[in-house]
Design a protein around this ligand. Structure first.
Ligand code: BTN
Length: 235
């Protein structure tokens, strides 16, 4: 089902996926994997530290979705990967919208980019970074040092791809609502603390809407806060 292209080193597997698509050298279900990245990209323009031992991969998808539904790809990918990894004995939780956590520490992240044509998603490149045996910064965790049934990076890749496929299939069949309740249950932390206009607020995540929006209910009878998912479009 997936065609895998491997590199020892590349700037960014997401960037390479877009270049290959541009040159018609890749299509839906092509997977690009690199042992290391020199310009790994994270959310909101951050650099993604990409040293040997980490998993850096991008999956090209062609989902039948409108431009405004791009967040669904990230939701099903995170949900599917977490479910699949938990089958190996890990205890992966989620942080809305793109993060995979274990013990509240960052295990990995997802960077979904889309190319839109006539208001529809023509292609999506789903970039996944997972700490495997690489050294991790404070606040992060590597899966390879934890007790799971995984014994190699290749096994990890297989499980991650299985998870993505499972998420996509479930959403094709049931729509995004098919996974939202479980996604909510898998959140690492539903407690929210925020200072708004100098006032310290505490609240609970009560919902994730099909639009991808996060709904927080504050203590003290305040109006619910709605946070928008952000996605990134190319071209
Ligand atoms: C995040 O900020 O949490 C998302 C990180 C996504 C990193 C992955 S690594 C493979 C792919 N190529 C990139 O340049 N970024 C993504």
């Amino acid at each position: 089902m997936f065609t895998v292209i491997r590199y020892a080193e590349i700037d960014s597997t997401n960037s390479e996926a877009w270049r290959l698509l541009e040159r018609h050298q890749a299509s839906a279900n092509t997977v690009i994997i690199a042992k290391r990245q020199t310009k790994g990209r994270g959310q909101r323009g951050h650099i993604w530290q990409s040293d040997l031992g980490g998993l850096f991969m991008s999956v090209i998808l062609q989902p039948n979705l409108a431009a405004s539904q791009a967040h669904q790809i990230t939701l099903w990918t995170a949900w599917g990967i977490a479910k699949a990894l938990n089958e190996t004995g890990a205890n992966v939780k989620l942080k809305w919208l793109n993060d995979l956590l274990i013990d509240r520490r960052k295990l990995g992240g997802i960077l979904t980019e889309t190319k839109i044509e006539a208001n529809k998603i023509l292609y999506a490149v789903v970039g996944i970074g997972i700490n495997w045996t690489n050294e991790v910064p404070d606040g992060a965790i590597a899966l390879g040092e934890l007790p799971t049934t995984l014994s190699s990076m290749d096994e990890l890749i297989e499980v991650v791809l299985m998870g993505i496929e499972m998420g996509q299939t479930r959403c094709d069949r049931e729509g995004i609502t098919g996974i939202l309740a479980e996604y909510l249950e898998m959140l690492s932390d539903r407690y929210v603390r925020k200072t708004i206009d100098g006032r310290e607020l505490q609240g609970q995540i009560i919902d994730i809407r099909p639009t991808g929006e996060l709904v927080v209910r504050w203590e003290g009878n305040l109006k619910d806060a709605i946070y928008q998912p952000q996605n990134f479009s190319v071209g």
